[in-house]
Ligand binder design. Structure first.
Ligand SMILES: Cc1cc2nc3c(=O)[nH]c(=O)nc-3n(C[C@H](O)[C@H](O)[C@H](O)COP(=O)(O)OP(=O)(O)OC[C@H]3O[C@@H](n4cnc5c(N)ncnc54)[C@H](O)[C@@H]3O)c2cc1C
Length: 463
């Protein structure tokens, strides 16, 4: 620890939360670190149960000048929760209460360590939904999702996490509590400081509680897998769904052939793609507004625009078929198991430029290394593409940079982003420095200094 002896710090933390809720190095060994190998590399972890305990823990760490790494479900994909031996992990998962749900207002007050799935189930009991969904739903926490400004599969219609947050409570680096638990959508009271915590990845303070807005839940959906030639055609289908009077567009995910066939083969579901061989697959989920969903889907496919671009399509006939289709989309980490040492990219592309980006990245990557494999899928509705790229061989830092340049080339100029929804963490700090406006970076550093003058809040992340 910076200036402090670890035993004194451990004793001070134990006095706040009790011995059972401070983990030393030995206790952290052998636990599952989650999605970054260094998540549990810290010297100590503390597991508080209340905002007051978090505030006292932060105050103690500030006195000891010990850097704090907040953690929720450890499902983050950019290294934001990675820690080092001199760090204290502040684990929020004991703070998992769903304090109050107001069905009339469509709001829920939750503690930061509640998982998305737990909050979703509580909302579903009232015919409501959090309005945001992602594959790590059972483990990812609301605090982690706010801190990464998570997006996921419903962001194209409900916005990212920052659009779900009405109110927020955070413990600042001084140990003071910033309480802004507003429950109303309209609240113009000067600078909206709570929004700074959305996407801050723990670098400005610890999110302890939040008020989320809920949306009506959809009770049943029609799931379709459609083969098509490219993203432009997939977007034509999506456009027709949006315009269909009797249907609601719930999900629009896209997978390119390489990705879909690789995952399907590995999980034994190649049969699910057997209905057609296509350059791209569009996974659609539609809600029917009246009692005749089959007629509504038939009418959609009789639309000449759709008929002209659909190579072939299947409709899931039962829950098992629906789940199989979703497994191909969601079990993306299978690619990493089969092809080690891959690099991941999470980019945002203006909808009309997706095919151009797909072709450009492929051409640049082939020029770099003909052996390299590219697997792409994403959230089509908002142009968020997830790339897995690699040849199975370890890559050195220089080659990693060349691969990143090949993926990011031209993105900024066309109005896209090198970082869509997973955050910056440790993995994309160099890219942030390279691709961000210098004035924006200067202001971000100033803000960081105001909130965290000692630099104890998740140092080495984002900036
Ligand atoms: C299978 C899978 C699918 C995924 N799909 C998506 C997807 O579709 N969309 C998407 O956006 N992401 C996705 N992710 C990434 C991940 O689930 C999200 O980034 C999620 O928001 C992380 O939540 P967490 O609780 O696991 O946070 P952690 O991984 O524990 O932490 C993430 C960051 O937030 C900080 N943090 C955590 N809790 C707090 C807190 N209370 N206060 C302050 N800082 C905090 C950490 O320090 C770290 O910087 C996926 C991950 C997996 C494994």
């Amino acid at each position: 620890m910076m200036d402090a002896h670890i035993e004194t710090l451990q004793a001070d933390l134990t006095a706040v939360v009790g011995a059972n809720y401070v983990s030393d190095r030995a206790a952290l060994d052998g636990l599952d670190p989650g999605f970054h190998p260094d998540n549990l590399a810290a010297g100590l972890a503390v597991h508080p149960a209340t905002t007051d305990e978090v505030a006292r823990v932060v105050g103690i760490c500030a006195r000891h000048r010990a850097a704090i790494v907040p953690q929720g479900g450890r499902t983050g994909l950019s290294g934001g929760a990675a820690s080092g031996p001199a760090n204290v992990i502040l684990d929020l998962r004991r703070m998992n209460a769903i304090e109050r749900l107001d069905p009339l207002a469509g709001t829920v007050v939750v503690q930061a360590g509640a998982t998305l799935q737990a909050v979703e189930e509580a909302a579903n009991a009232h015919g409501l939904s959090v309005g945001i969904d992602l594959g790590a739903r059972g483990t990812a926490t609301i605090g982690g999702m706010i801190s990464t400004n998570a997006g996921g599969m419903e962001a194209f219609r409900n916005g990212s996490m920052r659009n779900r947050v009405l109110g927020l409570e955070a413990v600042l680096a001084s140990g003071a509590v910033l309480g802004d638990m507003t429950e109303v959508p309209k609240c113009n009271e000067g600078y909206d400081l709570k929004q700074l915590f959305c996407g801050a990845e723990g670098t400005l303070g610890i999110v302890t509680r939040a008020v989320l807005r809920l949306t009506p839940a959809v009770e049943s959906a029609i799931t379709l897998l459609i083969g098509c030639a490219n993203a432009a055609d997939a977007l034509r289908i999506v456009g027709a769904c949006k315009g269909a009077r009797a249907l609601d567009l719930l999900h629009s995910e896209i997978m390119w052939r390489n990705y879909a066939t690789k995952v399907a083969d590995e999980i034994g579901l190649s049969g699910a793609l057997g209905f057609c061989d296509a350059p791209a697959y569009l996974l659609l989920e539609l809600g029917a507004r009246d009692d005749a969903p089959d007629e509504a889907v038939h009418a959609l496919f009789n639309d000449p625009v759709i008929a002209g671009v659909v190579i072939d399509a299947v409709v899931a006939k039962n829950e098992r078929e629906r789940r199989d289709i979703w497994r191909i989309r969601e079990e993306s980490f299978i690619v990493d198991n089969v092809v080690p040492h891959c690099s991941w990219f999470d980019i945002s592309v203006p909808l009309g430029r997706i095919d151009e980006v797909i072709q450009g990245v492929e051409a640049r990557m082939t020029a770099l290394d003909a052996e390299i494999g590219i697997w792409v899928m994403g959230h089509l509705g908002d142009g968020n593409l997830h790339y897995t790229i690699g040849s199975g061989q370890p890559v050195c830092g220089v080659r990693k940079g060349e691969i990143a340049d090949a993926v990011y080339s031209g993105l900024k100029e066309m109005g896209g982003s090198f970082s869509a929804e997973h955050g910056i963490g440790t993995e994309k700090r160099a890219s942030l420095a390279k691709h961000s406006n210098p004035e924006k970076l200067r202001l971000m550093r100033e803000i960081k200094r105001i909130f965290d003058p000692q630099g104890i809040m998740n140092p080495g992340k984002v900036l």
